[in-house]
Design a binder for this molecule. Structure first.
Ligand SMILES: Cc1cc2nc3c(=O)[nH]c(=O)nc-3n(C[C@H](O)[C@H](O)[C@H](O)COP(=O)(O)OP(=O)(O)OC[C@H]3O[C@@H](n4cnc5c(N)ncnc54)[C@H](O)[C@@H]3O)c2cc1C
Length: 456
């Protein structure tokens, strides 16, 4: 065999697998194959001036390369079983939390030490939420910020680079089961290994599907989250964000009894676009450094859509809605909440006159032409509910960007060791459908690495 372990994908799942393997078994020969570029070469060409919109690069620097989809993220490492994935269903609640805390320790040792750990423990905001039909989910969160997250990744790369073999810009095309291990076929040839960790994240979802089909690994897909990104003056949410940084709040709508939740809160942050398979959606992040912070806070409001048989393509449904907004707005659409409530599209004049200066250059439009009624009604109800705990949320000038879609990978059948029915073939991180966050994906990497280290 060429290697003891091959890791496919250098996102948080792959990086923390490699970190743990190197730490506990430096004698093992480990290689990482990554479709994107190394960290220093990751550059999104959108500069807001010459290039304003996504030009569809061959490898998207936001989603691919060392650091994975998390490299330019807000770097919020949430330590919780309440959201961010269902790792606990496989490895148990206590173990999952222990591993997330372990990942946090590594981050702290590698440059994240100065970043605050926020917690919902003992907060009076829980009661305020309850009194207004809102539920605040439990979590501790270390907010690294996009800048410190980058520093941590640089340090982890420097720790790994001399002993782990990295192959960047080398997408794995297919894999085969061979005697005693696995063979991967990539852009520049092939390689073999005794054990293989697949950690291809969301950008590798289509590839993951093809692997599951080829190796007859059962997988199911039935969920997509659809909604908008809300942007408002940071002061409106400051009592929540100062104490908790990110608050995950759930509201059950009166009309349809759907759950609407806040997601990815970025105090003093910016709204950004995201390209998934050529479809432009919206996201957000923020910096730890004060000079890069804005006057605004943004967060997503999402409604989870679960489908039942015979429909199987939940991501396709989300893509179609996002495509509709791309068709109408040439990308992301922005609308004032007041315009949405009055049933009229926003225009540049009204947005420019408003109190909230948009941090993303999006096309003023009408989100009611894009989002299904049930989802839009839920979002409007939730904005009014949030207005009770953060007065001003439902102001006319609050901006809504659409659409935000949270695609879920298919849930791949793995056992309590995150191992497939093929011995030594592990599927982890967001690519497995088990995790949907930095801390869960990283923890899943440490988990399988510890097991492999004990086995080989
Ligand atoms: C803008 C943005 C902000 C975010 N903010 C947060 C946040 O604050 N907190 C949080 O918890 N989560 C956040 N997330 C989500 C988080 O980034 C992911 O949950 C996390 O990165 C998943 O890690 P992963 O290793 O499983 O997958 P990924 O990070 O997606 O990494 C997978 C890697 O595999 C590579 N790959 C794919 N297919 C192949 C192939 N065939 N061959 C070789 N390589 C391949 C990809 O190029 C990629 O680099 C954010 C995501 C985005 C896009």
């Amino acid at each position: 065999m060429d290697y003891d372990v091959i890791i496919i994908g250098a996102g948080p799942g792959g990086i923390y697998s490699a970190y743990e393997l190197k730490k506990s078994r430096p004698d093992l020969k480990v290689a990482i194959f990554e479709a994107g570029a190394e960290l220093t070469k990751r550059r999104c060409p959108i500069d807001g001036e010459k290039i304003k919109n996504c030009i569809g690069c061959k490898s998207c620097s936001i989603m691919s390369g060392f650091g994975g989809a998390g490299a330019f993220s807000d770097g919020k490492y949430n330590i919780t079983n309440d959201f961010g994935g269902t790792l606990y269903e496989h490895i148990g609640r206590t173990k999952a939390i222990e591993l997330m805390q372990y990942v946090d320790k590594i981050n702290v040792e590698n440059g994240g030490g100065g970043c605050k750990l926020y917690s919902t423990a003992g907060t009076s905001l829980k009661k305020t939420c309850m009194q207004n039909k809102l539920k605040l989910l439990e979590a501790s969160v270390r907010h690294l910020g996009t800048d410190i997250n980058y520093v941590v990744l640089e340090n982890l790369y420097n720790y790994l680079k001399d002993t782990v073999e990295f192959f960047f810009m080398t997408a794995v095309k297919s894999m085969e089961v061979i005697e005693g291990g696995y063979k991967i076929i990539h852009d520049g040839g092939s390689a073999t290994c005794r054990q293989c960790i697949v950690s291809v994240g969301r950008s590798g979802s289509k590839w993951m599907e093809s692997v599951c089909e080829k190796l007859s690994i059962p997988a199911k897909s039935n969920r997509v989250d659809i909604g908008v990104r809300v942007e408002l003056p940071a002061v409106i949410f400051s009592h929540l964000t100062d104490e908790l940084y990110e608050s995950k709040i759930v509201y059950r709508t009166e009309k349809f009894e759907d759950n609407v939740r806040t997601f990815c809160m970025n105090p003093h942050g910016i709204v950004v676009t995201e390209n998934t398979n050529g479809i432009i959606t919206v996201n957000g992040h923020s910096y730890e450094a004060k000079d890069k912070q804005t006057e605004n806070t943004n967060f997503a409001l999402l409604v989870a859509k679960h489908f039942s048989e015979p429909f199987k393509d939940s991501n396709g449904y989300g893509e179609s809605i996002a495509r509709l907004s791309n068709m109408l707005g040439g990308g992301v659409i922005v609308q004032r909440f007041g315009d949405l409530m009055r049933g009229r599209r926003s225009n540049e004049k009204r947005i420019a006159e408003g109190m909230v200066q948009p941090t993303l250059n999006a096309t003023p439009g009408d989100l009611s032409l894009v989002l299904p009624k049930r989802i839009l009604d839920g979002i409007m109800e939730m904005i009014h509910a949030l207005d009770k705990i953060a007065p001003g949320t439902a102001n006319d000038d609050t901006l809504l960007y659409g659409v935000e879609v949270k695609f879920y990978n298919m849930e791949v059948k793995v056992d309590e060791n995150l191992e497939t029915e093929y011995p030594g073939l592990y599927i982890i991180g967001d690519g497995s459908g088990v995790t949907h966050s930095l801390s869960h994906a990283s923890a899943s990497g440490v988990f399988v690495a510890k097991r492999i280290a004990g086995q080989l």
